[in-house]
Design a protein around this ligand. Structure first.
Ligand code: KIV
Ligand code: ZN
Length: 521
């Protein structure tokens, strides 16, 4: 809120609106299961996110259920659902969020000339009427209503000011200004907010939000510029996940405000020490690896390779570090684990890495750790992260599970795979040949579960150095325009490949059950 009577500290508070579970999940291949969404929501709630956009309830029964369940898993957070400018969407959204302690309806319509003409085919007056009707309708159901003029940054100033005024008069409590196609630049992003504050009666009495996409790599800068001009809610996602080039990254705006308090004198309620944990969880669940040099959460963000940098770091960390690794939940990494490490050491190490395990989970992870330590002399932090990721991604409840695999490969073909695989209650044993060991394994899996899904990506990366390193394999598959991603790690690359493929198939069957409409926004 930015009313004149609000104390300074409240005036400078920036609400963090996380849309990982809605805009993030819309990015091709980032489909999440209900349990995965609940796990993310509960961590977002714990880390102090103000508003969670939990989904798009009209999109599918799965989305509807996710929004209702997330409301239970995130008791401290405002739970928001998305709805197009239609009474049916708004009713469905309200049904999904109404049992949350603090529900919000977020309704939107594309207001730019291109959207008016081609997407919704309404002229200016017809659209203005629709905005009035739908926002009033939402406000009659819920006292917390957010309205977004989609593609706001390509909407004419006069029209944008007019429709914002209509939405405020109809009862919107938050007006979000989306840069839907990642087209704006920092100065313009700020100018739009200033223009609205100057021209729209009541604009200073509601919360102004900024929602930026990263197509030109300016999402974080644009969001912060909007805040400097008066926005007090940033819409963002963990790791910047989202449509195309993604959304503003939560970790970037939060750390920028923290590290540069001198130029961004705003505050928010995020516990930054949970950032790494959230980053890893979202990367695992979405199957989108974090770019090594990604700001804040990339593997190299705190690594110092060059001699000059290492020398400086030894003398004073401030020479080359503007924030401390522990501020984002990255612990000092001195203790390397091995096969003689005990359960207590493993628990403490995992806690340092941001994983808190119940006793039963620790027993299971310890067994996997021992198996890994038997195969690898030294188990590094990245190995443990890969192991945790794997145990969270591939579980004993999965429909398909690899039971055993033997592969013959080498210069004398054909390469063959003997596979035993569980499908529901049944176990199948099959043999297949292929063009190389991975092809043979994938052919064997396809014998157990014949399907037409297309392999869109097969990617391998080594978790650490050395020939005994674990390989993390990512497999992306496409079926009828929908994409799923599977991941697994193992010291045997072919085994990791089989498990990653099976992980993708498990998600494919969940996706088939969801039957979501292909494109809603
Ligand atoms: O990018 C966008 O415009 C959106 C809206 C639905 C707010 O995600
Ligand atoms: Zn968006």
């Amino acid at each position: 809120m930015t009313t004149n009577t609000t104390p300074q500290s409240e005036k400078n508070r920036v609400l963090i609106f996380d849309t990982t579970l809605r805009d993030g999940e819309q990015s091709p291949g980032a489909t999440m299961t209900l349990n995965e969404k609940i796990e993310i929501a509960s961590l977002l709630d714990e880390m102090g996110v103000d508003i969670i956009e939990a989904g798009f309830p009209i999109a599918s029964d799965g989305d509807f259920e996710a929004v209702t369940e997330i409301a239970k898993a995130a008791p401290n957070t405002v739970i928001c659902g998305l709805a197009r400018a239609s009474f049916g969407d708004i009713d469905r959204c309200w049904d999904a969020v109404k049992n949350a302690k603090r529900p919000r309806i977020h309704t939107f319509i594309g207001t730019s000339p291109l959207h008016r003409e081609f997407q919704v085919q309404l002229d200016r007056d017809e659209m203005a009427q629709k905005i009035h009707d739908t926002v009033s309708y939402a406000r009659n159901l819920c006292d917390n209503v957010q309205w977004s003029p989609m593609d706001a940054t390509r909407t004419e100033d006069d029209y944008l000011a007019r429709v914002c005024e209509i939405a405020i008069k109809a009862g919107a409590t938050t007006i979000n200004i989306p840069d839907t196609v990642g087209y704006t630049a920092p100065r313009e992003s700020a100018d739009i907010i200033r223009m609205l504050l100057e021209r729209v009666p009541g604009m200073d009495e509601i919360t102004i939000a900024t929602h930026c996409h990263n197509d030109l790599g300016m999402a974080t800068a644009n969001a912060l510029a909007a805040v400097e001009a008066g926005a007090r809610q940033i819409e963002c996602t963990i790791n910047g996940l989202g449509e195309r080039a993604g959304n503003t990254a939560l970790e970037e705006v939060v750390m920028a405000m923290r590290v540069r308090q001198d130029i961004f004198p705003y505050h928010n309620s995020i516990d930054t020490t949970k950032i790494m944990q959230a980053s890893r969880l979202v990367s695992t669940v979405s199957g989108f690896p974090v770019q090594f040099n990604k700001a804040i959460v990339g593997k190299n963000a705190f690594a110092h390779e060059s001699g000059i940098h290492q020398d400086g770091m030894l003398k004073h960390a401030g020479t080359f570090e503007i924030m401390r690794p522990e501020d984002i939940g990255l612990a000092e990494t001195s203790l390397v684990m091995g096969k003689h490490s005990g359960r207590a050491a493993l628990r403490s190490k995992l806690e340092n890495l941001g994983y808190s395990l119940g006793d039963n989970q620790l027993i299971d992870v310890f067994v996997r750790f021992k198996e890994l330590a038997d195969r690898k002399k030294e188990v590094f932090d990245d190995d443990l992260i890969a192991l945790m990721t794997d145990s969270e991604t591939n579980t004993a409840n999965d429909h398909f599970q690899v039971k055993s695999l033997r592969v013959v490969c080498g210069t004398e073909g054909p390469q063959t795979a003997d596979l035993s695989m569980k499908a529901g209650e049944e176990t199948h044993s099959v043999s297949a040949t292929g063009d190389g060991p991975v092809d043979a394994v994938f052919n064997a899996i396809k014998m157990v579960f014949p399907h037409e899904a297309k392999l869109a990506l097969y990617q391998v990366h080594a978790v650490t150095g050395g020939t005994d390193a674990q390989a993390t394999v990512t497999v992306r598959m496409e079926e009828e325009g929908k994409i799923v991603t599977g991941q697994s790690s193992d010291t045997d690359t072919v085994v990791a490949s089989a498990k990653a493929y099976v992980n993708a198939l498990n998600k494919l069957i969940v996706r088939r059950q969801k039957k979501a409409p292909a494109a809603l926004t």
